[in-house]
Design a protein around this ligand. Sequence first.
Ligand code: FES
Length: 239
Amino acid sequence: MNSRFFYVRIYRWNPYLSLKPWFNIFPLNINDVNHLMVLDLLFFIKNNYDSTITFRRSCREGICGSCSMNINGINALACLKSFDCKFSQFLTIYPLPHMLVLKDLVCDLTNFYNQYRLIKPWLIQKKNNSKNWENLQSKLDRFSLDGLYECILCACCSASCPSYWWNYDKYLGPAILLQTYKWLIDSRDSAQKERLIFLSNSIRISKCHGITNCTKVCPKNLNPAQIINFLKYFSKINN
Ligand code: FES
């Protein structure tokens, strides 16, 4: 029986202890954990070694976006990321980069959600739709939302973007811009003008320099970098 060990390094910080952040390193027997998802691995460590490790999760299916973290240098969802000990002896887990940390792997996403609120992420309809309460949409119009509606707001993309790191209070970042585009092109929405006026404060969008980290890390295989280019073009021709 193979009893090789591999090592999981986890970033730790506790606001109630007056300590600097530190790493905990857990040597694990490969036979116990090989081929587990990273989230299962975290549970294994929490249940067997240290119950104080804190992380977020909910659905365990890549739907809720809660378990986003930085895994071996790449932002990802822990529940979708498998780790094969055959390929590496080390696994390093940080919280999402350049976010305020509340505890261990849990970040403060208040700014991210406040920015989401700013774009009015709901259908705005001006005409009275009382007869047609069903918000009908053609197949083609519905098709245009593919590649947009799948975003689960996990913040992996925004937290991988250097422009967002340095301008997080002004620049909306890839996730929120992708959502903005979704509402802008939705044929059922009638607030296109207001949404474009909101974007005319150009720093909200222009800080994208096409680095494309966002597209590389998106766990749902979306392309926020391309969407931001569409959005820039859309807002240029309409403003
Ligand atoms: Fe919901 Fe990972 S737990 S996306």
